[in-house]
Every structure is written in structure tokens, then in C-alpha cells.
Ligand binder design. Structure first.
Ligand code: COA
Length: 322
């Protein structure tokens, strides 16, 4: 049975940067509050004309270049997003056309909010392990700025836009060792955009934005991320000291630190981008991964633990030899 190996990473951030000081002029907040409670200093925001597929395309091109393969060698596209360009077609289908992939490979989106990338990786890994795909493009791309209430300080300071991508290839050498995906829909109201296509949009439109009970989400995130990290280690008979890098979802520096503490990892073994990116939902893990691969921190053969937690609730982890 083949393994799924990451052979290329890529990412893209929109040009526009929104500093905490800019937010001070928009809502009743301070740079100090945002830094102390979240670790976030700035975030990127898509231009009005820029869509999730635009961001996904740039990240995907970077990953395909790094992988050194031809776009038409890709035989599956999975895009993790909660902020698709349109109701349908999926971002994955739009992306296939943008990349001029003409081999009619399957392409679909996965929606698991901030755990979306780990979910997409799990699906792609299963395809490769089953022998159903050889080169898979996995993208996490979001324009969360479009579903934020820019008058709600509880949420608008937390999120940013961006995209990250990896190319997975079937290989005899180990790559993804395991993925662990979970959901518990009973918590849906703690973090949600409660209106939408089928329920309809409320007259006030207020409902079509992210709503969150922050401290409850925080507690669940810390607890579930620790659980799923243990699950991944036990499944692979690994000790936490054998993990070279933790590449966590970037929601809040305090959540990242709590997870690292539970793994007895010092922060120099954790890829942290939340200060510059904010929470980019499904894009945050592949964005962080690409940053650390390109700056030379993550090297071939090292063991990575990726993990994410998001609305749903959804959460998951992937244990990988890079
Ligand atoms: N600026 C200033 N004050 C703010 C604020 C802001 N941007 N946002 C909230 N506050 C206020 C609240 O209104 C509250 O005021 P009150 O005590 O007068 O009611 C106070 O700060 C404390 O709020 P609380 O929610 O208890 O703070 P916290 O320490 O839990 O931090 C979060 C808030 C949102 C940063 C934190 O709960 C968090 O990160 N939660 C998880 C979020 C997350 O990860 N979401 C995505 C999951 S993928």
C-alpha cells in the first residue's frame, strides 16, 4: 500500500494588511488587548475583487512549482473552505479550470471550518492509500473577512484571509502516518454563522456573520486539541519527544501555548504565524507549514504534528514524516 508524501507546499496572502492600530479606529478595542488575549498583531484582508479561488490559485501554483510536477499530473483536488466564491460550483472545480487541468480529475470542497485542512488532508490520504489517486492537490483557502461583522469586536479582530496548499504524492516511503478526524455537532451554536442558503438570510443580515462564545470555544479547543494529539501519538506508538514540529491551527497564541505545554514542547518547536496572519480558518495550517518549509525550519525526514479545531465543533490531527 502506498503512502501519501508531501512533495510541495505553497501559500498566498492578500496584499492589504490590517494592523491592530487600524482596528482601534473601527471598534472599541486596543492593540494591547488583542496582543495579550490572542497574540495577533496584524492580518491580511482580500481586496474587494479578490475571491477565495483567487487566493487558492496563487497558493496552489506555488505548491505545484515546489513539487515540480505538471498541473495535469494532478488526479484529485480537495479544497477546504467555508467561504466559497459561490454556492456552486465548488472552489475546487473553479480551481481546476484556472489551473488548466484538463484530465477531468475529481474536484470537491470540504467544509469543516478551521479544521478543514486536516479534514481535506485525511480525505486525500485515504484516496492515495486506497490506490485511487497519485498526485493530490490539497488547498485551504478562506476569505473570512466576508463573513465578519466589522462592528463586533468579539470576532472581527480575530480573523484574516489567506490560502495554503500542498501537493501529496503516492510514495513507498512514509509520509502521512495517520489522520484523526472528529466532530460533535451538539456544540454548533458556540461558534457559527447561523443563517445561510437553506435557512434564508435574516432581514437584519446581522445573522450572516460569525458569532462566537469565545471563552467556551477556547476551553473546548484546548481540551480537544490535547486529546487528539495524544490519539495521534498512541496510534503511531510515538512519544511526544519524537515530534520535531507542531504545526497548529493559528487561532490564538494562548491556545497554541496550552497545546505545546501539554506536549512538553517549547515554543521554538512550534510554528507560530498567528501574530502576522490572524486566524485564517482552513488556510492557517498550510500557511504556517509553507512559511516554516520555505524559511528552512522544517526539513525532509522530520516528524510533524498538524492539528486544528473549528466550528461544528470539528477537530483533527495528522502525523506526518515530511
Ligand atoms: N477588545 C477589547 N475587549 C474585548 C474585545 C476586543 N476586541 N473582545 C472582547 N472583549 C471584552 C469582552 O467584551 C469581555 O468584556 P466584559 O468582561 O466586560 O464582558 C472581556 O473582553 C473578556 O472577554 P472574554 O471572552 O472573557 O476574554 P477571553 O480571555 O476569553 O478572550 C477570545 C477572548 C475571543 C480572544 C478568546 O476567548 C478566544 O480566543 N477564544 C477562542 C476563539 C477561537 O479560537 N475561535 C476560533 C476557533 S477556530
Amino acid at each position: 500500500m502506498k503512502h501519501a508524501r508531501i512533495i510541495g507546499t505553497g501559500s498566498y496572502l492578500p496584499e492589504k494588511v490590517l494592523e491592530n492600530s487600524d482596528l482601534e479606529k473601527m471598534v472599541d478595542t486596543t492593540d494591547q488587548w488583542i496582543r495579550e488575549r490572542t497574540g495577533i498583531e496584524r492580518r491580511h484582508i482580500a481586496a474587494d475583487s479578490e475571491t477565495t479561488c483567487d487566493l487558492a490559485e496563487k497558493a496552489a501554483r506555488n505548491a505545484i512549482d515546489a513539487a515540480g510536477i505538471n498541473s495535469n499530473d494532478i488526479d484529485l483536488i480537495v479544497v477546504a473552505t467555508t467561504t466559497a466564491d459561490c454556492v456552486f460550483p465548488s472552489v475546487a472545480c473553479l480551481l481546476q479550470h484556472r489551473l488548466k487541468i484538463t484530465n477531468a480529475c475529481p474536484a470537491f470542497d470540504v467544509q469543516a471550518v478551521c479544521a478543514g485542512f486536516v479534514y481535506a488532508l485525511g480525505v486525500a490520504n485515504t484516496y492515495i492509500r486506497a490506490g485511487s489517486a497519485t498526485n493530490v492537490l490539497v488547498v485551504g483557502a478562506e476569505t473570512f473577512s466576508r463573513i465578519l461583522n466589522w462592528e463586533d469586536r468579539n470576532t472581527c479582530v480575530l480573523f484574516g484571509d489567506g490560502a495554503g496548499a500542498v501537493v501529496l504524492q503516492a510514495s513507498d516511503a512514509p509520509g502521512i502516518h495517520s489522520t484523526h478526524l472528529h466532530a460533535d455537532g451538539s456544540y454548533s451554536e458556540l461558534l457559527h454563522v447561523p443563517e445561510g442558503i437553506s435557512r434564508g438570510y435574516a432581514e437584519m443580515q446581522q445573522q450572516a456573520y460569525v458569532q462566537m462564545r469565545g471563552s467556551e470555544v477556547f476551553r473546548m479547543a484546548v481540551s480537544k486539541l490535547a486529546e487528539v494529539a495524544d490519539e495521534a501519538l498512541i496510534a503511531n506508538n510515538l512519544d511526544k519527544t519524537e515530534i520535531d514540529w507542531l504545526v497548529p491551527h493559528q487561532a490564538n497564541l494562548r491556545i497554541i501555548k496550552a497545546t505545546a505545554r501539554k506536549l512538553s514542547m517549547t515554543l521554538d518547536k512550534v510554528v507560530v504565524t498567528v501574530q502576522d496572519h490572524g486566524n485564517t480558518s482552513a488556510a492557517s495550517i498550510p500557511l504556517a507549514l509553507d512559511v516554516a518549509v520555505r524559511d528552512g525550519r522544517i526539513k525532509t525526514g522530520e516528524k510533524l504534528l498538524l492539528e486544528g479545531f473549528g466550528g461544528g465543533f470539528t477537530w483533527g490531527a495528522a502525523l506526518i514524516t515530511f
